[in-house]
Ligand binder design. Structure first.
Ligand SMILES: [Zn+2]
Length: 302
């Protein structure tokens, strides 16, 4: 073996380390970055997020997980990705399959930038998955998984590439949750949100989400990347997280154990109370009246 051959692995190793250091320097210590990763093991039957489920990720004080629903949409999703990149921040996107099929390059960018491309159904049905037949809901969910994976990886695999799912409008059913858990797909609710489905200025949204974060002190935060107000406030929001001492946690699919925290006694689902007003109680499929499709109103998460 020549000296050159023997030195090659060392050289490559140095190159990799140097490239990683250069990437870190691109952001610098003033950037938000990622403080740590948590492995999400869907094999543990995980349905997480206190707004919907009585358990969540065990995060330390001032630890935050960023999640974005309903993308990708050219324009606002690009803005959100630019903002995350500038801070070396990582997030989890719950993508609508139909949108992924329309903007495959954006799905590839989400993955290339180190984020998770999770699933949020194919059609994001206005009447919600809960009001569909079980079979139709499963078809829509699987079609969404296939569309995101085809866009992001060129082809759908034998199993979901990123086994993370969030129900549109949080309108799940026990049967669908079990069906996903049986397939080791982690179901995500949220611990708090920016209410960005309502019209507001970027400044108002920033103030609202920061006040909720200061009150909760930690949690899985829900945004919608197609919302202009969210896209516009994202650089300031990430700065505010850094300045106020919050640390970013990134989720990584893998084998556990996933650290879980049970809800406090007296816990109640916030989303169920909202959904019940429009769709009826959990498990009951109240069909929409003729000519009046049921959909979540503007006060509801989507
Ligand atoms: Zn949604």
């Amino acid at each position: 073996m020549s000296l050159k051959t023997r030195l090659l692995p060392l050289f490559l190793g140095l190159f990799t380390a140097t490239a990683a250091a250069a990437a870190a320097r691109d952001c610098g210590p003033q950037a938000l970055g990622v403080a740590r990763e948590i492995v999400i093991d869907g094999g543990q039957r995980l349905a997480l997020g206190l707004e919907t489920y009585p358990r969540t990720l065990a995060l330390a004080d001032h630890e935050v997980v960023l999640t974005f629903d309903d993308g990708p949409v050219a324009g606002p999703t690009d803005q959100v990705l630019d903002a995350l990149k500038a801070e070396c921040a990582r997030a989890t996107f719950f993508l609508i399959g139909r949108h992924a099929a329309e903007a495959p390059a954006l799905v590839r960018r989400i993955i290339a930038d180190g984020h998770n491309a999770g699933y949020h159904s194919y059609s994001h049905p206005a009447r919600t998955l809960r009001l569909m037949s079980d079979e139709s809901a499963r078809v829509d969910i699987d079609k969404g998984i296939a569309a995101v994976d085809a866009a992001g990886f060129g082809a759908a695999g034998p199993a979901p590439r990123t086994p993370f799912f969030r129900f549109p409008g949080f309108a799940d059913t026990p049967e669908l949750v079990s069906w996903l858990e049986d397939r080791s797909i982690a179901v995500f609710g949220a611990d708090l949100w920016a209410s960005d489905w309502q019209e507001m200025t970027p400044q108002a949204e920033l103030a609202l989400v920061m006040s909720r974060l200061e009150a909760a002190r930690k949690g899985i935060v829900l945004f919608h990347d197609p919302r202009g107000s969210t896209a516009r406030m994202m650089p300031q929001f990430l700065r505010a997280l850094k300045e106020r001492g919050f640390r970013l946690v990134h989720l990584v699919p893998g084998r556990g154990p996933t650290p879980i925290e049970e809800a406090k006694p007296g816990w109640r689902s916030a989303t169920e109370a909202i959904i019940a007003k429009t769709l009826g109680p959990k498990g009951q499929r109240r069909e929409p009246q003729e000519g009046r499709g049921v959909k979540t109103n503007d006060a509801s998460p989507r």
